[in-house]
Design a protein around this ligand. Structure first.
Ligand code: SAM
Length: 219
C-alpha cells in the first residue's frame, strides 16, 4: 500500500505496544489484533499529535466527532467474527479507522457517514493517502442502505436509543449486528445474530460511551 506518511521504528514500536495493551485488556482474537497492528493510526492525526496516536484513547477528529478508542474498535470488530469477503455495512464512518481495520480483515466495506465534511475527507484520505478501498456513502445510516442489502455484518459506531428494526431486515440469515444501545450518556454493546427471517438471538454486553447516532431511526 502506498502510504504518504512516514512509519518509522517509533510508530511501529508504539503500535506493537498498543496491541499488547489490547491483548491485556481482553481482546483475544489474533486476527483482530493483527489488523490493529497493521493500521497506521497516526495517519489519522495531525503530526503535532502523533505522540497520542497509539494511546488507547478516543481523540477529536473535528465536527464534534472522535476517532474511536482502539479498545472499542477491537471489541466491536471481535464481535463481528469477520470472514474474508464478508459484506459489511458500517454506520458512522468518522475518520475511517474502524473501516481500515475491517478492510485489513478482508471485509467488503460499505460505510456511511451523515456529516458531509467527514464523509468527503475520509472518502478522499483512505484510498488516496492510505491505499484502503471501501464504498463510501453520505446520509442517514440509521435506516441502513437498502439498495445494497443484505449484509453479512452490520456495525454501528454511534450510540442508538433502540435497535432500528430496518437494520435487522437488511441482515442475511446468519448475519450479525453489533450496536451500542442506551441513553445519551452510556450505552451497552448489543450483538444480535439473525437466525431466521424473524428470529434473532440478542446478547447484551459491556458499557461504553459513544457519540449519538442521529437520524430517522435514532436520536
Ligand atoms: N469508528 C469511527 C472511527 O474510527 O473514526 C468513529 C465513529 S464516531 C464515534 C461516530 C460517527 O457516526 C460520527 O462520525 C458521526 O457523525 C456518525 N453518525 C452519527 N449518526 C449517524 C447516522 N445516522 N448515519 C451515519 N453516520 C452517523
Amino acid at each position: 500500500m502506498a502510504y504518504k506518511y512516514t512509519d518509522n521504528y517509533r510508530e511501529q514500536g508504539a503500535r506493537k505496544r498498543l496491541v499488547d495493551v489490547l491483548r491485556k485488556k481482553g481482546i483475544g482474537d489474533e486476527h483482530v489484533l493483527e489488523a490493529i497492528g497493521k493500521v497506521k493510526r497516526h495517519c489519522f492525526f495531525d503530526e503535532t499529535f502523533w505522540n497520542q496516536a497509539y494511546r488507547d484513547i478516543a481523540f477529536p477528529i473535528g465536527e464534534g466527532q472522535t476517532i474511536s478508542q482502539p479498545y472499542t474498535v477491537a471489541y466491536q470488530t471481535e464481535l463481528l467474527h469477520i470472514r474474508k469477503g464478508d459484506k459489511v455495512l458500517e454506520i458512522g464512518t468518522g475518520s475511517g479507522y474502524q473501516t481500515c481495520v475491517l478492510l485489513e480483515l478482508g471485509a467488503n466495506v460499505y460505510t456511511i457517514e451523515r456529516q458531509e465534511k467527514l464523509y468527503h475527507r475520509t472518502k478522499y484520505v483512505l484510498p488516496n493517502e492510505m491505499g484502503y478501498n471501501a464504498r463510501f456513502f453520505l446520509g442517514d445510516g440509521s435506516v441502513g442502505i437498502a439498495e445494497h442489502a443484505p449484509y453479512d455484518k452490520i456495525i454501528v459506531t454511534a450510540g442508538a436509543p433502540t435497535v432500528p428494526e430496518v437494520l435487522l431486515k437488511q441482515l442475511k440469515i446468519g448475519g450479525i449486528l453489533v450496536i451500542p444501545v442506551g441513553d445519551e450518556e452510556t450505552q451497552k454493546m448489543v450483538t444480535i445474530l439473525k437466525v431466521g427471517d424473524n428470529d434473532y438471538e440478542k446478547i447484551v454486553l459491556d458499557t461504553f460511551r459513544f457519540v449519538p447516532l442521529v437520524g430517522d431511526k435514532a436520536w
